[in-house]
Design a protein around this ligand. Sequence first.
Ligand code: SF4
Ligand code: SF4
Length: 305
Amino acid sequence: MRSIIIFLNRTCPVGCATCNVNASVDNTEFLDPEWIARFFINIDRFRSKQYIVWTGGEPFLSFDSLKIGLKLAAAYGFKSEILSSGVWVQQHPEFLRDLKKSGNYNLRLSLDAEHQKTVPWEYVRKTVRESSKLGIELNFTLRHIPNEHEFTPEFYINRIKTEFPELYHLNRDNHRWIHVINTFGKDTQLSDINRKLKQRCYLGFKDVVVGFDGYVYPCCGLLGGPAKRCYRLGDALITGYDEIWHAIRKHPVLSLIRSKGPAAALSRFDASFDHNTSVEHMEPCDICQIYIQHLKEFGFSERYS
Ligand code: SF4
Ligand code: SF4
């Protein structure tokens, strides 16, 4: 297990159509500061000493939890990274400075056509300015949006290069700096989708994913769907590394996704799938989730929730 990813809440005003946790301003699930303090007691149970990634929803909307989390992460020897859209920066540029008092952290901004519909480029500029002043490492996650030919990851990389040349030159050799998520679109060949679905999952099962409901999940994708309770691996205040792996190994769907890919999980239940649905969606995870949701129709949810 590498990092610990904590979803502080499910609240967000940005409203991305493909948000993997369906965050909105109406979703009020969150982890409060007391919960965060209890989570760190005996955190060695996860056998991880790498990053704690703070996300949501919008993690800056859980500011008190974030503050105590950064403080405890630093005290327990973890690095912290905050994954955010930056939507708050215009109204609250002081957030970055105030948080720095709690502990060091990196900031990772999501940058793509979908986010930038609500988060204007001016906000990105402001975040770059503020974080440079404070010496905060700033990283980006970019995504290919299907059928979006102008605002591609290359477009944003060029924009960063042109507008923030110092930042670009400082970071270009840092492998964590820019993370590009590939996606499927309407023009993706069915054979490519099938090939992907027959591959074991390399994205999930690596990190400890803690949901806004206080449970551990195998990946970020399976935390967002309506059948999420089928994929809970235990209470995050108690469960440790050994229990997580035991739960994955004995889980009839997760063990198959992990070793043979989502298609194997579906065929285990003699389920079929309409490929016309899948190409509406974007990332391999989205397609995996559609497959997995289909298991509901075969009585899986009832048996394993
Ligand atoms: S900014 Fe992030 S949390 Fe908010 S809607 Fe978009 S993907 Fe979801
Ligand atoms: S492919 Fe499926 S199991 Fe793997 S990370 Fe994505 S949603 Fe999770």
